[in-house]
Design a protein around this ligand. Sequence first.
Ligand code: SF4
Length: 312
Amino acid sequence: MSKVTATGKSAWKYAKYLALKEVARACVALHKLRESLKRGLKSICSSTAIYRPAGAAAEYSKVAAGFYVGCPNGCIYCYLKIGPTSGTLGGSIVKLKKGLKSEADAVEIFFNELFGGTGGVVRPEILRDGLFFTFTTDPGLPETFHLFAAVIAETVKLHVPIHFLTKMTGWMESDIWEDLLSIPETKEYLAIGFTLTGRDDLEQKASPNKERLVALRRLHDEGFRTFTSIEPVIDIEASLSIVKECIGVVDLFKVGLESHRKYDKEEVLRFVGDLAALPEKPCIYLKDSIIDLIGRERDSFGENFVDANFRP
Ligand code: SF4
C-alpha cells in the first residue's frame, strides 16, 4: 500500500490517533500491573463504552463498543432516527456519548470495562464473543476512525476478536490504517465488514456501494476476514446481484429486512431460494426478520446457512 503523506486535517487526525494510542497503551500497561481494579464495573450492562446490545442489535453481536452517537451518512432508513432512541442517538452530528468527557477519557473507560476488575485479564465473555464496532455511528468516518483505531491497536494485541462494520472507505487511505497494518495481530483479530444495499441514492453521504465492493476485494486480497451486511434489503434484485458480485471476497453474508416495512412473503422466499441455489454455497446468516416472515428453519436451506454464533 502506498503511504499517504499526511497534510492539514489528516495530519491532525493522525497526531490525535497517536496520542490516543499512547493513552490506550498506558491503560493496558496499568491494568496488567494491578492485581485488581478498584474501579471495576459491576456489569457490562451498566457500562459506558462496552455494553450488551438489546433488541435486534443483540442478534448482530452479543457485546458491542461505542464512543459516539450521531452519523452524517444520511441513510434514509437509519435505525437511529426511527423509534424511541431517535431523540438521543439520531442526529447527523457526531458527538461523544453521554458520560464520556473526552476522547482520552473514552479510551480509559474502554480499557477499564474491557478488563472489568480482573487484574489485567480481558473479561472471558469478551474474549469469547468478541466486540462489535459499532451501533451508534459509523466507525469509519473522518470524525470517528482515529479513536476506534487507537483502541483497536491495543485490543488486537490482547487477542480480542473485533468486528468493524462501516459504509465508508476513506480510512483505508490514511496513515492511521497504515499504522494499524504494521501490527501483526490486526489481520488475525480484526474482521472488516461493509453494509451493501446497492442504493447509493438512499445513503447519500456514505461511500458509494461500488467503492465498498472494491474495498472488500482489496481487504480480502490482503488476507483480512471480511463480512457484509446485506441489510436492509431494499430492492431484492439489487441485493441478490450484490451477493453474487461479492462471492469469493466475503467470508460471511448477513442478510436482513428493514424493520417497519411490509414485505411480500413469497417474494422473500424466492429471494432466499435464489441465495440457496448459488453454486458457490457462500456462508449466509439469515436474520430473524427473514426467518420470522418465511417461517422456515435456517438449516433447511443448506449447511452454508449458518446460525448467529458463526464468526468469520
Ligand atoms: S451509516 Fe449507519 S448510523 Fe450512519 S446514517 Fe447510515 S444507517 Fe445510520
